[in-house]
Design a protein around this ligand. Structure first.
Ligand code: 5GP
Ligand code: ZN
Length: 117
């Protein structure tokens, strides 16, 4: 397990910080965002620590696609896969990334405008 002690999402994986978990696989975890921006707003993470989507993709061992599959499974489970949902990886501070453990936001359950702000 690749973990960082001062990382918020590593601490959620370790069950040191509570979260409302909605879906889990061996290597990924999905939980509700504490400050939801849509009726469905979950965060999907690899349990191992990578700082952002680029680092995860560069690791190149099938984990990035597992995160995508988990995100779609969450959308199915939440009933938003049919109407449409958005998967967002904020990557870097300029794009709004505040937690540096890669996470996919899964947003749905309302109309989503484009482009995002
Ligand atoms: P970012 O800004 O890095 O793309 O997204 C970080 C997300 O994590 C934010 O949407 C924020 O609401 C969420 N978040 C921050 N702290 C916690 C927490 O302790 N628990 C949960 N469930 N979500 C959190
Ligand atoms: Zn972490």
């Amino acid at each position: 397990m690749v973990s960082e002690t001062d990382c918020l999402f590593c601490r959620i994986v370790a069950k040191e910080i509570p979260a409302e978990i909605v879906y889990e696989t061996d290597r990924t975890l999905a939980f509700r965002d504490v400050n939801p921006q849509a009726p469905t707003h979950a965060l999907v993470i690899p349990k191992d620590h990578y700082r952002d989507a680029a680092a995860l993709a560069a690791a190149d061992h099938g984990l990035a696609d597992e995160v995508l599959r988990t995100a779609h499974a969450v959308a199915e489970q939440e009933g938003v896969a049919g109407s449409g949902y958005r998967m967002v990886f904020n990557t870097g501070p300029g794009a709004g990334q505040t937690v540096f453990h890669v996470h996919a936001h899964v947003l749905g359950g309302r109309g989503l405008t484009w482009p995002p702000g």
